[in-house]
Design a protein around this ligand. Structure first.
Ligand code: NAI
Length: 259
């Protein structure tokens, strides 16, 4: 392969939000994109021109992921890119009220559901000596937040990214992650509709005074995948509209805004 986009790109969780934005942006970049999602519909091609794997794929199910990768490589050739965007947001209950079944599910989907495709596809890439992986973590994996299953799972995704980058770097595989801030996707919109989160409060918490757009996260991911980022591995790149830099200012009365 002369260019990484000569291979296929698998995007998990690509039917909605950040994953869908990645699938669209990567298709424009010349990738042959195959979307995997537990909610896969029957149609084979999306309006953006990428392929949607026709059967639902749960990323926590290692056997199904392995079988799906065999089918993809048979039809589309070697997989040289992977984006792990499948995930669920966390419940905001106090620890004593957070059902262990919810905690287990958040750890399973957000951590195991990242490791399983990395393990399957990263292993194939390492054997071939070429590939790039981008995981989707979160700013709450870098700071404290009242999501006691989700936040530790995302912190672990950041750490997993570093361990895999060191493991597979000698085999020519780069592994990075992005940590989105509050991003305007169907998942977050559900939180607004349920009254668990407030759009205005979240917007004001970021230095740029707004939510992140899914396309902005996708742009960073597509760059990290590309050969333009050929010297970058093991990093965690926040794409957060300045949420992290704005947080400590709360102790000083908050961010200053020109009126
Ligand atoms: P979304 O709900 O819009 O999209 C997630 C997609 O993942 C859906 O299509 C869903 O069907 C799929 N999915 C969920 N569980 C799956 C499973 N077990 N197997 C296969 N597919 C599965 O969510 P959004 O907001 O686009 O989130 C994408 C990723 O970004 C998640 O990992 C989320 O934690 C992360 N993130 C989102 C932020 C936000 O504010 N929206 C902030 C920081 C991180």
């Amino acid at each position: 392969m002369t260019d990484i986009t000569d291979g296929a790109l698998v995007v998990t969780g690509g039917l909605s939000g950040i994953g869908a934005a990645v699938a669209a942006a990567a298709t424009v970049e010349g990738w042959r994109v195959v979307v995997l999602d537990r909610a896969a519909p029957g149609d084979l091609h999306s309006p953006a021109g990428h392929t949607i794997f026709p059967e639902p794929v749960d990323v926590t199910d290692a056997e199904t992921v392995a079988r799906t990768c065999d089918a993809i490589e048979k039809q589309h050739g070697p997989i040289s890119g992977l984006v792990n965007a499948a995930g669920i947001l966390g419940k905001m209950h106090a620890p004593q009220r957070l059902a262990l079944s919810d905690w287990d599910r958040e750890i399973a989907v957000d951590l195991r559901g990242t490791f399983v495709p990395c393990r399957e596809i990263g292993g194939r890439m390492a054997r071939r000596g070429n590939g790039a992986i981008v995981n989707v973590a979160s700013v709450v994996g870098m700071t404290s937040a009242p999501v006691h299953g989700y936040a530790p799972a995302k912190a672990a995704v950041i750490h997993l990214t570093a361990t895999l980058a060191a493991e597979w770097g000698p085999s020519g595989v780069r592994v990075n992650c992005v940590s989105p801030g509050f991003t305007d996707t169907p998942a977050l919109q559900k939180g607004f509709a349920a009254g668990a989160l407030d759009r205005d409060t979240l917007s004001k918490a970021a230095a740029l005074g707004r939510l992140v757009r899914a396309q902005e996260v996708a742009a960073a991911i597509v760059w990290l995948l590309s050969d333009r980022a050929s010297g970058v591995t093991g990093v965690n790149l926040p794409v957060d509209a300045g949420f992290l830099v704005g947080q400590p200012w709360a102790a000083y009365g908050g961010l200053r805004r020109m009126s």
